[in-house]
Design a protein around this ligand. Structure first.
Ligand SMILES: Cc1cc2nc3c(=O)[nH]c(=O)nc-3n(C[C@H](O)[C@H](O)[C@H](O)COP(=O)(O)OP(=O)(O)OC[C@H]3O[C@@H](n4cnc5c(N)ncnc54)[C@H](O)[C@@H]3O)c2cc1C
Length: 285
């Protein structure tokens, strides 16, 4: 069956308060931001007769606010804006780089960061960057507002820990203490555009003056039900010099944090090997 918009009831809030109030009154409504994920459901006729909460008109959730302590990104900021935004490119370049790999131009023009997070795909391409930058997700409902660290937002494959009636209104990226000595974003898929990641990773590395590791933050997606920080590898390198041996030791620990599967896009073996290769090249090349 095709999507039939005539049978859909569309609620169109213009402000954040209106959005949460409308959602409280129509708890079965499906929130829609850019609609790039939702349109797949619409195309298949799965939204016929449904109530849809169209968030696109909520201007305050479109804003990107640069503050001293970080950048507050409105949930409706599109991948195209995040790809181009000067302050994001300067302070949080891994996020710009990630957004530039989401789908292709059309998806980047419509797809939003809030929609990406709320969709909670294991392969969400912005998540490794958000995990490395220790993003904090701001949510709102008619009952009030709260914040959750990104690590507490994902509850499983395509599942979030948002309570009924909650909408994502923004994502906060706290400023890093200084510019990292190294960074990397890598997405590996079947082709360059319109591809779902087989593995996708981001990392930043801070070195002490004597060349030892002050802090490593590394996260991968598509290799577990939700994005994962590679904590065992991070901890193993703290305070140590990067050498072929220490990098190899860290690479040997990745299975403590990730558990890739075989599926239609790739195999567990390939995902493990490529994830390890990306980490090794970042640490020791
Ligand atoms: C052809 C194609 C290619 C794609 N390629 C990629 C890719 O390479 N990488 C990638 O990561 N993703 C990809 N996607 C998925 C999608 O484009 C992204 O996840 C996008 O960021 C979703 O944002 P949206 O605003 O379009 O979300 P929508 O489709 O509007 O919504 C997605 C989900 O989030 C919910 N939602 C949206 N906004 C909110 C909010 N503020 N609060 C609470 N819930 C909300 C909706 O109810 C829905 O469940 C692709 C999709 C398509 C169709």
């Amino acid at each position: 069956m095709r999507g039939d918009s005539a049978s859909m009831k569309v609620l169109r809030p213009a402000t954040a308060d209106e959005a949460v109030r409308m959602y409280a009154r129509a708890p079965k409504a499906l929130p829609v931001a850019g609609g790039t994920d939702v349109m797949v459901l619409w195309n298949a006729g799965l939204l016929n007769g449904r109530v849809v909460l169209d968030l696109w008109g909520v201007e305050e959730w479109r804003k990107i606010r640069v503050r001293k302590d970080g950048i507050l990104i409105g949930a409706l900021a599109t991948h195209a804006r995040l790809r181009e935004h000067p302050a994001i490119r300067e302070k949080f370049p891994l996020l710009s780089e990630a957004c530039a790999t989401v789908g292709a131009e059309q998806i980047q023009n419509r797809g939003t960061i809030g929609g990406n997070v709320a969709n909670a795909s294991p392969a969400g391409d912005t998540f490794p960057a958000l995990a490395v930058y220790e993003a904090v997700v701001h949510v709102a409902s008619a009952k009030g507002r709260r914040t959750l660290p990104l690590s507490q937002v994902f509850a499983g494959v395509k599942k979030t820990a948002l309570a009924p009636g909650e909408l994502i209104e923004a994502i906060f990226l706290p400023m890093l203490p200084r510019r990292p000595d190294r960074r990397v974003f890598r997405k590996v898929g079947q082709r360059a555009a319109q591809t779902i990641s087989k593995t996708v990773g981001a990392a930043v590395l801070f070195l002490n003056k004597d060349g030892t590791v002050e802090e490593l933050r590394v996260a991968f997606g598509s290799v577990a039900p939700t994005v994962r920080r590679l904590r065992a590898a991070e901890d193993a390198l703290k305070g140590r010099l990067l050498t072929a041996a220490s990098a190899e030791e860290a690479c040997g620990l990745i299975e403590r944090d990730i558990s890739p599967i075989d599926d239609m896009r790739s195999t567990r073996e390939y995902r493990l090997r490529v994830t390890r290769n990306i980490l090794r090249a970042f640490l020791w090349s």
